[in-house]
Design a protein around this ligand. Structure first.
Ligand code: GLA
Length: 383
């Protein structure tokens, strides 16, 4: 992959680019908690986007999307939305860098990789944070890591228009081989938890379904949570996010909350508790218990937060009855994409086979299987 991208770069632009690897991510538990200022537990994985990128002496920016065989060209001083949706993830980053007041020149860039799009592995954050990281290095912009994270998130919020939280961009930059990160999305501090086992793998089953509703429903969930906060605030004025709310506090406001808003808030509060308990289980090396929290997370996402889909529900239900599976749940924003599963190594093949066979029978769609390993966050691999 890296070689093909490099070759394309030589053909299109010539010269020697730097190569940046920017990973996709998994999230073990803690879904839709980031924008509620709670905790998340993601890891960067071995599926990545690679950028071959080199500065120019003028203000031209030439982008080439290797996987789509498509190009977009613009000038640093002429930032506007592209009709090609893929380009907006990159233009948004240039826009945000300029808004910080830092100067950049033009550049040539070929990028591509093996993070499946729409699979909930955060290919978009990999593009945004990867480019922000690459431009920081290319032009010596001197951003702190956390500034790159926030800048990439703003690119998605303001230019692409999805009001995403900070998890995906954060893990993309801060990921560490063999570890999951427990990120406190309020303080933006994190702890590492080793997550490498001799006998257990993190396996993703891709439903190969992605619903176009996803981004509008995502923004809707955010609104529902903030509506809940506004109502709870009437009684507890110091509450700023669902992070500050306990189940008891929620119950006290129950008669003022619409049924849907109540369910959404209840899920978020319980998911935060589940995540903290799951981390205790990790500390005790108890993956059975950890897996139970994953199932609990899925139930909440499906029944209360209502961001699952029949395909995701089916895959979680199916594996929950199979030997060797510690836990499973839908992952990411929802409405399609992958389930994440903790499976004992000696059962990975048999479970994967059952998933593929049964899923095809039920939905007529091929499910894909990715056995992942946990890798570093964005890094330069050739300079
Ligand atoms: C998407 C968003 C994240 C997060 C998850 C749900 O991946 O980009 O910020 O909210 O959904 O946990």
């Amino acid at each position: 992959m890296i070689n093909s991208i490099k070759e394309k770069f030589y053909k299109l632009f010539g010269g020697k680019p730097i190569i940046v690897r920017s990973p996709g991510r998994v999230n073990l538990i803690g879904e839709h908690t980031d924008y509620n200022m709670g905790f998340v537990l993601p890891a960067a994985i071995d599926k990545s986007i690679y950028f071959a990128i080199k500065p120019r002496n003028d203000k031209r920016i030439n982008l080439f999307a290797y996987d789509l065989n498509d190009e977009w060209k613009f000038a640093v001083d002429d930032i506007k939305r592209s009709e090609k949706s893929w380009a907006n993830y990159l233009i948004g980053v240039v826009d945000q860098i300029k808004k910080t007041g830092k100067e950049i020149q033009g550049f040539d860039c070929v990028f591509g990789g093996d993070i499946p799009i729409g699979a909930g592995l955060s290919s978009s954050a990999a593009i945004e944070a990867g480019l922000a990281f690459a431009l920081d290095k290319l032009f010596n912009l001197g951003f702190e890591k956390i500034e790159l994270v926030k800048l990439a998130q703003r690119a998605e919020n303001q230019f692409v228009g999805v009001q995403c939280g900070i998890m995906d961009q954060y893990i993309n930059i801060f990921g560490k081989k063999g570890n999951v990160l427990r990120i406190d999305c309020r303080s933006l501090d994190y702890d590492y938890f080793p997550f490498e086992f001799d006998d257990v793998s993190v396996v993703l089953f891709n439903t190969n379904v992605s619903h176009s509703l996803a981004s509008s429903e995502y923004n809707k969930r955010r609104k529902e949570c903030s509506t809940g906060v506004d109502i709870i605030k009437e009684r507890y004025e110091n509450v700023e996010s669902l992070r500050d709310v306990t189940i008891d506090m929620l119950e006290e406001s129950r008669n003022k909350l619409d049924g849907v808003i109540y369910k959404r808030c209840k899920y978020v509060i319980e998911e935060s508790e589940r995540l903290l308990s799951a981390c205790d289980a990790l500390n005790k090396n108890n993956l059975r218990e950890f897996g139970k929290y994953m199932y609990g997370s899925h139930q909440g996402l499906s029944k209360e937060y209502e961001v699952s889909s029949p395909e995701l529900d089916y895959l979680v239900e199916l594996v929950s009855n199979l030997d060797g599976v510690y836990g499973a749940r839908m992952m990411g924003g929802g409405f399609g994409g992958c389930t994440i599963n903790l499976i004992e190594n000696k059962y990975v093949n048999s479970v994967s086979r059952k998933v593929k066979e049964n899923y095809k029978k039920k939905f007529g769609i091929d499910a894909e299987v990715y056995v992942t390993s946990i890798n570093n966050g964005t890094e330069i691999i050739e300079s």
